[in-house]
Design a protein around this ligand. Sequence first.
Ligand SMILES: [Fe+2]
Length: 202
Amino acid sequence: MFKLPILDYGYDSMSRSISEGVMKLHHDKHHQAYIDKLNIIVDANPILQGRDIDDLLSNIDSLPEPVRLGVRNMGGGHYNHSFFWKSISPDGGGEPSGDLAELLKTKYGSFQKFVDEFTAKSVSLFGSGWAWLLSNGDIITTLNQDTPISIGASSPLLCLDVWEHAYYLDYKNRRDEYVKSWWGIVDWESASNRYTNLHNKP
Ligand SMILES: [Fe+2]
């Protein structure tokens, strides 16, 4: 059975971008709801049992058709939100260093140009979805709860939730202000570590 990850920071620790109330609602209610619905599906389908979320989503096309959409939506919701919590930190903001900084500079010309492109894609995404930085330096968006690992994309390093539930109570319809403030809590240290670990894999 899947469980809600415990955050290693307080709900009130992101308040320069996301209020305590939205953090709590987003984690305790929205993320939990995806897990509850995923567990109902897993409970009823032995073929899904004992498998981790990466395994299920990476092999989504091989799952039985009747459960595929449910795992895609509810499993994706669990995976994406878990990744989102790891993408932010009370000590976040600033810029990456080391190899990841080099990648972004090589690919976009400067860190600021990377930020501008990620911001533009996040703000212009129609409807609900996610923006991702991948380990090849690409910026992609996914709709609803779709994930990069289900579509054979490079491993994700960082993600931003642009569903309205992530920002509406704090920013109303001003998604651009939410995205702008989010840069101040981005956990570049963990993104850099993910990038380094991927490159050091045997
Ligand atoms: Fe969300």
